[in-house]
Ligand binder design. Structure first.
Ligand code: FAD
Ligand code: FES
Length: 1290
């Protein structure tokens, strides 16, 4: 149970549990998943709650869901896993053999940042009857339960006996203990500031509402909860009608359906589905439209909690249901002590007009939705940043009624959401179109009128005004075509020609245009993973090269894996919360802490003055002094008894600022003001100017790549425990670099490093974001601990984490490329600028890596690469998986696409023509052999049947005007490691105890990437003992000192070498004993060694790969080796909305001899999906004042399970070798990230096809992420033109 991931947001699913409640009407027990962060504890009266701990445990027995997710390699960091388990468990509770679609729906609200979802889905599919997830389908058993596919049996027999499922009932492990039909008396719970009243009867509810008209009714709390948090509003009294059966009544009549306002949206979905199956199609138009949106509205958990009444009354401008209910002429049944009345769910109600609204003492009892009728059509439209779990940008409900037997409009209603402060009705336009025929003339007029009437203000929620306007008319066009189709069907059965329907006016829709009609259906991803089995001669005990399950997999799945904040509260512990700047660049004039210090429970406020040692560096202070450089800079920290008190105190602190100038946010502004963090980095080869003179053509262009939030599921957190003696401190911290935390705390407190011990058990995702920043939080918390003498816990909530920590550097690139008409590139000049934010951090290093890696897979004789890091007033950007490569190489690949367009050749031809072919030297003169690169490329072309599919894509595009497909294959040469030998050193400490058990400690941190699993595989091979004899407890600076950050893809390489070294030392010492008693057991040898006073502890050391770079000369050997790969992706775009679906991705990666193919494929898939997020959906939004808007999962969209390509295949390149690394394996932590760009280039390929058909220039400015907004606006057509004309002339 992880409620701390996103307090009060409900957007990530990490805190999912199952609630079992008696339905107030049917009295049946309903089991449903909820996100606990939104569930008020009082609402659980009379309910049973099942958490992951209640499902199964390592101590008792595992539930198959837990076992299978772990054994399918569906856990990496494991932070999301309990939520995943609970979503699946609840599904099985209700549907023991679910369909794959139900599985996809159940997991749609659970985010995972590590795995890429495929293995999680694979584990769930083993429960689906129709799935091919397990060969033993239909038997109720699975090979994963039986140990056949049990990677843990490789010397590490699970201590837990999996239980076989003999009947579906066995899923039902938990007792259903809940109060039987609680009495009808009113229950009151008094809190410190809020009173919760839950009446038992409808009469009591009405009485209470009359007595407390200002008190809101609280149902799902999915609207109230987030509002109370974000707007800070407090309701002293809350009325909970959860036990009132009258609010859950459903009644069916001949003309419509009445649904109780208390029904959850999930129930509404079931009710509507049932009605649709019972009634003729013509009567269920509105119900079908509602059902369509109910599938994509929020997540399963939110739909389980949110009520119909709460949804309607909240009147969110983005509401997905209100526009349809409004056009469907729904009415609201209101009740109060005075009696009942009915009001229409009209535009006036939606606009909140008092005359059309509820009275304060009234409640919404139920909603009446009439049937539709013949000659009436209702449709719903919606476009969001991604398909699932995302609020809509714009949505709409549209209804038309024709005069019977004609195409004359008798009634028309259109409403839009997301285009103003409330749901907007286009009432005037609709009135003016009455009596018109449903033809092209009407369409044109309607579009013009709609643009006039739905005139989005410049401040429309979320901006994107032109895009939204375009959707307004594009949706209507879709509606027009849909209705036209339906009319055609209706007309056919008429025996005599209907006078009003003459065929001249009644246009045939060409097949090419029909593509406007279909939405992308949610498809369950499939795929194959291929890797090489180990040599048949390899001893069974030797786990190297085998797909061993993540060591913590089962503990992740049972919730027993302990993360930093799971450490129980320690004696006298205090909480810390951070006070950050609200200004981008300003002088601090005054600070008033007086009110904050008066808040009960507040202990102290920590300022820069409290720091006994150094306050960071001159340019990068831990706590601001006098001046702030960005919104989100830490100024001081409040220490209180509880987290809530600390946060309340923050609200009371008053800081006055004086703005300074110039304030710079963008790269463009930084260039204008010459505002840079470090000198330019440059590499040059050949004679670029001369080459430009000799080429056939030159193209110049620009590329914009947005930044990216790490979005590790476990936010930054630290627990500092001061000891009573010698200023010693124990620090438990979620970090990729504990030695850096230790060093920073030492200099901040001015105490020697040897007094500070940092412990890292496991990290809930890092991706580069936990290299530098944890030291800042550790040091501030340590100052608090030193000053107060208490242990201090500092846990950032998601909003603060996103605000403070920075992420991937946004990039602006300019290129000039010279080439021959056959596509051979002769000269390439790229200049990149990255937005470094307000401090240097890793920006200089990122710039260097960016420049070093820009050439990617291409041999171009004349090159010039330049890069600069801009100094701006944004939070400092930092390391992120790929370290500049994913942004920079997008520029290079965009050049290739631009060259292809100019040469009239497909981009893959240009790629092939310019790729390294033979042993060669890079731009920085490092020699390498590209053989594996070429093999990956060819294998990828083969595996994906690229050339055939390219033809099919072209065929599809010829046949479809409004949908276009695109396909792209991208090669990759990715260099791993740091450009300095000292950064490749690693150490390990291996102890053998007298019972033969072995404790391995090394310098790497477990971030989810499975480093501990791999290290035990290494130790097992070296010591020739099963993995069950080996254990890793944690990473600790006391066990292995002076470690390097676990980063740059080399963690397992270098620590593996150190572990190998330590084990070899130990085995050498044991050799004489083994020789003497070769038939002895491991335990006997160890006993003998102890008797003979042989040390059973050894330190292993790896001095590092040779690596250096001389920037003066532009030469070096900066990287130990390269990882090669290629990815092919195919997508389909909807030119009218900008949505896309990913049809297929094939990846071939050169892992050489993988230490653990399951873990490595997990890294490739996870990185690929994260890369796909970078290039398609993840968009950081700032206010004009530099405040980050996108500070949670609702505004910042990382990929969800429904974003996985429909077919997703990954293969490891067979029989590739590298002599340099441990057992010839390669580090794959980062490289897959860039391959996500194959989706981006497939999208741009589709956009180019649309533009070509519409005769618009094919070279367009490349902008990542390719969001629906970008795609829609790039696919310019008559509707975008209408919008531009409208903007010009209005
Ligand atoms: C993560 C997340 C994602 C979401 N995604 C979407 C989305 O994609 N599309 C979309 O349209 N919406 C979305 N929503 C919004 C969601 O649909 C609404 O929050 C929800 O429907 C509100 O219902 P509730 O029962 O939780 O209301 P509550 O929060 O319990 O109450 C909301 C308001 O309604 C009033 N109220 C409730 N019932 C009654 C009644 N019977 N009579 C009078 N007043 C009443 C309350 O007084 C209160 O003011 C999302 C919400 C979350 C948290
Ligand atoms: S394993 Fe899912 S977030 Fe890490």
């Amino acid at each position: 149970l992880r409620p701390e991931a996103f307090l009060d947001r409900g957007g990530c699913g990490a805190c999912t549990v199952m609630v079992s409640k008696r339905d107030p009407t049917s009295q049946e027990i309903r089991h449903f998943s909820v996100t606990t962060c939104l569930v008020p504890i009082c609402s659980l009266y009379g309910a049973a709650v099942t958490t992951v701990e209640g499902v199964g445990s390592m101590k008792t027995r595992l539930h198959p869901v837990q076992e299978r997710i772990a054994k399918s390699h569906g856990t990496q960091c494991g932070f999301c896993t309990p939520g995943m388990v609970m979503s699946m468990y609840t599904l099985l509770r209700n549907h023991p053999q679910p369909s794959e679609e139900q599985l996809l729906e159940a997991l749609g609200g659970n985010l995972c940042r590590c795995t890429g979802y495929r293995p999680i889905l694979a584990s769930g599919k083993t429960f689906c009857l129709e799935s091919n997830g397990c060969q033993q389908k239909g038997t109720g058993k699975c090979c994963l339960d039986l140990g056949e596919n049990d990677s843990s049996s490789l010397g590490r027999k699970s201590d837990v006996s999996p239980f076989a499922l003999s009947s579906p009932q066995e899923y039902h492990l938990t007792p259903t203990r809940m109060t039987e039909n609680p009495e009808k008396r009113t229950l009151t719970f008094h809190g410190e500031r809020v009173t919760w009243i839950s009446p038992g009867t409808f009469k009591d509810l009405l009485e209470l509402k009359a007595k407390h008209p200002e008190a809101p009714l609280i149902l799902g709390n999915t609207s109230l909860g987030p509002a109370m948090r974000s707007k800070g509003c407090l309701h002293p009294i809350l009325l909970s009608p959860a036990r009132i059966s009258e609010l859950n009544v459903v009644s069916k009549t001949n003309d419509g359906l009445t649904i109780g306002a208390g029904c959850s949206l999930a129930q509404v979905k079931d009710i509507l589905a049932e009605r649709v199956s019972e009634l003729p199609e013509e009567k269920t138009q509105t119900y079908r439209a509602l059902l369509k949106h109910l599938k994509s509205l929020a997540s399963q958990q939110i739909r389980n909690m949110a009520s119909l009444g709460g949804h309607i009354i909240s009147r969110h401008s983005y509401s997905d249901l209100n526009p349809i209910l409004a056009v469907g002429n729904a009415t609201l049944n209101l009740t109060s002590e005075e009696g009942t009345r009915r009001i229409p769910l009209s535009e006036h109600f939606l606009a909140g007009l008092a005359s059309a609204d509820l009275k304060p003492e009234e409640i919404l009892e139920s909603v009446y939705i009439p049937h539709s009728q013949k000659w009436e059509f209702v449709s719903a439209f919606r476009q969001a940043q991604c398909q699932q779990n995302a609020l809509p940008d714009v949505n709409a409900g549209m209804r038309v009624l024709f005069k019977e037997g004609t195409d004359i409009i008798e009634d028309l209603s259109i409403t839009y959401g997301g285009v103003g402060a409330a749901t907007v009705s286009a009432h005037k336009s609709c009135q003016q179109l009455l009596g018109r025929q449903w033809d092209e003339l009407m369409l044109d007029e309607a579009c013009r009128r709609l643009l006039d009437e739905v005139s989005l203000p410049g401040w429309a929620p979320g901006g994107r005004v032109e895009f939204k306007r375009t959707l307004v008319v594009s949706f209507f066009f879709k509606f027009y075509l849909q209705v036209l189709q339906e009319l055609k069907k209706l007309i056919k059965p008429f025996p005599v020609p209907v006078s009003a329907l003459n065929s001249r006016r009644y246009p045939e829709i060409s097949d090419r245009f029909l593509s406007a009609l279909e939405d992308f259906p949610g498809t369950v991803p499939q795929g194959v993973q291929r890797y090489q089995s180990v040599d048949s001669h390899q001893p069974l005990q030797d786990p190297v090269g085998r797909p061993v399950m993540h060591l913590s997999g089962l503990k992740h799945a049972t919730g027993e894996a302990e993360f930093c904040d799971d450490i129980p509260m320690v004696d006298k512990e205090l909480c810390m919360a951070l006070v950050t700047s609200t200004r981008a660049y300003a002088k601090i004039i005054s600070i008033d802490l007086s009110e904050a210090l008066e808040i009960p429970g507040v202990v102290d406020v920590i300022t820069a003055k409290d720091i006994p040692g150094t306050n960071g560096t001159e340019d990068d202070k831990l706590l601001a002094v006098d001046e702030v450089l960005c919104v989100g800079q830490i100024i001081f920290a409040v220490v209180a008894e509880t987290d809530v008190q600390a946060k309340r105190a923050i609200e009371k602190i008053k800081i006055t600022y004086e703005e300074l100038e110039p304030i710079i946010f963008t790269i463009k502004d930084a260039i204008k003001h010459n505002s840079f963090l470090c000198p330019e980095k440059k590499l040059e080869q050949g004679n670029i100017e001369e080459a430009f003179e000799k080429v056939d053509q030159i193209v110049e262009g620009e590329v914009h790549v947005g930044g990216q939030e790490h979005f590790y599921m476990e936010t930054q957190r630290v627990l500092v425990i001061p000891k009573t003696e010698d200023k010693e401190l124990d620090i438990y911290v979620s970090t990729q670099d504990p030695a850096h935390v230790q060093k920073t705390v030492s200099s901040t407190l001015n105490i020697p490093i040897n007094r500070i011990t940092c412990h890292v058990k496991r990290v809930g995702g890092g991706f580069g974001g936990k290299i530098g920043r944890p030291a800042v939080f550790g040091a501030i918390a340590a100052v608090g601990a030193l000053k107060t003498g208490h242990p201090i816990r500092l846990v950032l909530d998601r909003e603060d984490d996103m605000l403070i920590t920075g992420g991937r550097h946004p990039l602006f690139g300019k290129y000039k490329v010279g080439f021959m008409n056959n596509g051979r590139i002769k000269a390439l000049d790229i200049e990149c600028f990255i937005n470094g934010g307000c401090t240097l951090d890793d920006s200089e290093l990122v710039t260097e890596f960016l420049i070093l890696k820009l050439e990617n897979a291409y041999k171009i004789r004349n090159l010039r690469f330049r890069g600069r890091a801009c100094l701006t007033n944004l939070p400092s950007n930092t390391a992120f998986r790929g370290f500049g490569f994913p942004q920079g190489t997008l520029v290079t690949e965009s050049c290739i696409t631009a060259v292809a367009a100019k040469c009239g050749l497909p981009p893959e031809k240009i790629r092939e023509k310019n790729m390294y072919r033979t042993v060669d030297k890079t731009i920085y003169k490092q020699a390498f052999n590209p053989e594996s690169l070429i093999r990956c490329w060819n294998e990828c072309l083969d595996a994906s049947s690229f050339h055939n599919r390219r033809k099919q894509v072209e065929e599809f595009n010829k046949k479809n005007y409004w949908k276009k497909r695109g396909i792209a294959v991208i090669p990759m040469k990715f260099s791993v490691g740091f450009a300095a030998t000292s950064y490749h050193q690693a150490a390990a400490l291996v102890h053998i105890y007298t019972d033969g058990s072995v404790l391995v400690t090394h310098g790497g941190n477990e971030l989810g990437q499975g480093i501990h699993t791999k290290m035990l595989q290494v130790a097992s091979r070296e010591l020739k003992i099963p993995m069950s004899h080996l254990h890793i407890c944690e990473t600790s600076t006391a066990m292995v000192p002076n470690t390097i950050a676990t980063a740059a893809s080399v963690g397992a390489d270098i620590n593996g070498k150190a572990v190998q070294n330590a084990c070899q030392i130990l085995l050498k010492r044991l050799e004489p004993i083994i020789k003497k008693n070769p038939e002895g057991t491991w335990e006997e040898w160890i006993e003998a060694a102890f008797e003979q006073r042989i040390s059973l502890s050894a330190t292993g050391y790896f001095r590092g790969y040779k690596a250096f770079m001389d920037w003066e000369k532009g030469e070096g050997d900066p990287f130990p080796y390269y990882v090669y790969g290629a990815a092919c992706s195919e997508v389909e775009i909807d030119c009218l909305t900008g949505a896309h679906k990913k049809i297929r991705t094939d990846i071939v990666m050169d892992a050489c001899c993988s230490l653990n193919p399951a873990i490595d494929i997990g890294q490739i898939e996870g990185a690929f999906i994260q890369g796909m997020g970078l290039y398609t959906t993840e968009e950081l939004k700032y206010s004009p004042e530099g405040v980050l808007y996108s500070r949670g999962p609702d505004e910042y969209k990382i990929p969800t399970i429904s974003d996985v390509p429909e077919e997703f295949n990954v293969s490891l390149l067979p029989s590739s070798q590298t002599p340099l690394t441990i057992y010839s394996s390669k580090g794959l932590g980062e490289s897959g990230m860039f391959l996500g760009s194959s989706v981006f280039f497939a999208i741009t390929d589709a956009v180019a096809a649309a533009r070509k058909e519409r005769d618009i220039a094919e070279d367009f400015t490349v902008k990542s992420p390719a969001t629906p907004e970008w795609v829609r606006m790039a696919c310019a057509d008559r509707f975008t033109e209408m919008v531009w004309n409208y903007c010009l002339f209005s």
